[in-house]
Design a protein around this ligand. Structure first.
Ligand SMILES: NC(=O)c1ccc[n+]([C@@H]2O[C@H](COP(=O)([O-])OP(=O)(O)OC[C@H]3O[C@@H](n4cnc5c(N)ncnc54)[C@H](OP(=O)(O)O)[C@@H]3O)[C@@H](O)[C@H]2O)c1
Length: 278
């Protein structure tokens, strides 16, 4: 019997991947987490402790697992911790005899203008490529949370941005979970990569228009420089550090980091990608 494990199973995406596997009738699912007690799931679900910072925990966690969804951790920073975590998981998977790993990466890994956010993903893709493991790399666009966050900057419907004419092919976690659940359970052997995006890439004016239509109130995008955006967000009460990160993301979007939309989600799942819901 093929045993499928999902790491990070108490996180937002991890929960959805586990739920999607169970909904699709996949048997022998193992939820891996640092907090297995927090995971909800029916009797069919096996829960095991796994912490990428404690490689010895992975020996037990991955014993008898054939296929693994490796969800990237949230240890984003310049200290290399996230890559160490992912490397520990990949090496443990190889030692345990796992046959296939599905990794959640990010769009344009390796060449992304959002280097600070995407460098760890590229490093992890290289570790996978150097391993003996079969794998599927799912390069995600930004989740729809980001669109909601950008709209939340609005005062009287006007939201500032420094994304220029850049576009974002926002995708929902639910669709990313579907892609991961299918990729880990379709029996594929070998190596492949998909760009997991929504069906269209939206510029800031289009985001404003969509928000207006879906929410029934007027929105307008106000373009400005990175420095002006930081100043505007800070004057609105956002901590300076957070404002700098938001502005850095916008500048990356302006340089094309989150476009174009791809048809890969449909190719992998056989299901049409769903448009952004605000
Ligand atoms: N494309 C985008 O827009 C976007 C946005 C946000 C995040 N992301 C990336 O996608 C991932 C999933 O997103 P999310 O929204 O589900 O994030 P989340 O709810 O914040 O979950 C963070 C995840 O990191 C896991 N994790 C943290 N430290 C770990 C460790 N030492 N060992 C093993 N797992 C560890 C957690 O697993 P447990 O707590 O269960 O152990 C959890 O699954 C994030 O971690 C991040 O890399 C992408």
């Amino acid at each position: 019997m093929t045993k499928i494990a999902v790491s990070g199973a108490s996180g937002k995406l991890g929960q959805l991947v586990v739920a999607t596997l169970l909904e699709r009738g996949v048997r022998d699912v193992v939820a891996l987490s640092r907090s297995p007690e927090r995971i909800v799931g029916d009797r069919r679900l096996e829960k095991r402790f796994a912490d990428f910072d404690e490689p010895q925990s992975l020996e037990v966690a991955l014993a008898d697992v054939s296929r693994l969804v490796l969800i990237s951790t949230d240890a984003l920073g310049a200290d290399g911790r996230r890559v160490r975590q992912h490397r520990a998981a990949i090496e443990a998977a190889e030692r345990a005899g796992v046959e296939h790993v599905v990794y959640t990466s990010m769009l344009h890994a390796g060449v992304s203008p959002l280097k600070m956010m995407v460098a760890d993903h590229w490093a992890t893709e290289l570790v996978l490529a150097e391993s003996g493991l079969g794998h599927t790399v799912l390069r995600h666009a930004f989740y729809d949370d980001l669109a909601k966050g950008i709209l939340a900057r609005a005062a009287s419907g006007v939201f500032p941005h420094a994304a220029g004419a850049g576009r974002v092919a926002y995708v929902s976690r639910r669709q990313c979970a579907l892609a991961a659940a299918i990729a880990v359970s379709d029996g594929f052997v070998g190596r492949r990569r998909f760009d997991i995006t929504g069906p269209e890439a939206l510029g800031m004016d289009e985001l404003a228009e969509l928000a207006g239509r879906q929410r029934g109130s007027d929105y307008r995008a106000e373009a400005m420089s990175r420095e002006e955006l930081v100043a505007r967000l800070v004057s609105g009460g956002m901590p300076e550090m957070q404002a700098q990160v938001m502005a850095m993301i916008d500048v990356g979007i302006a340089a094309g980091a989150m476009e174009p939309a791809s048809g890969d989600l449909s190719t992998l799942t056989g299901i049409q990608a769903l448009p952004l819901e605000l």
